[in-house]
Design a protein around this ligand. Structure first.
Ligand code: IMP
Ligand code: MG
Length: 176
């Protein structure tokens, strides 16, 4: 397996700064609650947070698929929020939106708990892989439409490669 650099640290820094600026403007005068979907959001959210000006709070959720398959739509809550979201403006922080099932599940959950609004920010938007309608992110750093799996910058394959500073495409070279 080979790793090919897709987004460098410089490209990543520039996009996150721009998205943080946009979020600061849109939520000016309101508190925004960032809800990160663990674990993939870890590095992205850590870098986005100080790029947002104003009143910001953070919380985290973990969701997991019931089945072993990677495309299973049966999700369950593994780690709940620490604080109530009722009446709050939530910005859901996802690493990568693929089919859209994860953000759909989490957004419905947050709305059900009485969030005043729920918008989505994702680092990578795999728009042409979407199965679920109506979960387009309000903010994204990169749109990606190639088939290769992405690792690095918090994104893993079987818990590996999260620590790479940039984002890499996994390329199979016939040896594995
Ligand atoms: P979805 O529910 O199909 O939208 O899948 C989203 C989840 O799958 C994300 O939270 C990621 O953790 C994971 N995922 C999707 N594509 C990739 C990838 O290319 N690399 C690493 N994780 C991915
Ligand atoms: Mg994830």
């Amino acid at each position: 397996m080979k790793l090919k650099l897709l987004y460098s640290r410089e490209q990543i820094d520039a996009r996150i700064t721009a998205v943080g600026h946009q979020i600061s403007e849109d939520y000016a005068g309101k508190e925004v609650l960032l809800v990160g979907v663990l674990k993939g959001c870890l590095v992205f959210m850590g870098q986005l947070l100080p790029c947002i000006e104003g009143d910001v709070a953070v919380d985290f959720m973990t969701v997991s698929s019931y089945g072993a398959g990677t495309e299973s739509g049966d999700l369950r809550l593994v780690k709940d929020l620490d604080a109530p979201v009722k009446g709050r403006h939530v910005l859901l922080v996802e690493d990568i939106i693929d089919t859209g099932q994860t953000v759909h599940f989490v957004r419905e959950y947050l709305l059900d708990k009485g969030a005043a609004s729920v918008q989505i920010v994702t680092f990578v938007e795999k728009k042409n892989r979407r199965h679920v309608e109506g979960v387009d992110p309000k903010y994204f750093c990169f749109e990606y439409d190639a088939p290769e799996f992405l690792v690095g910058f918090g994104f893993d394959i079987a818990e590996k490669h999260r620590n790479l500073p940039g984002v890499y495409q996994l390329e199979y070279d016939g040896e594995d």
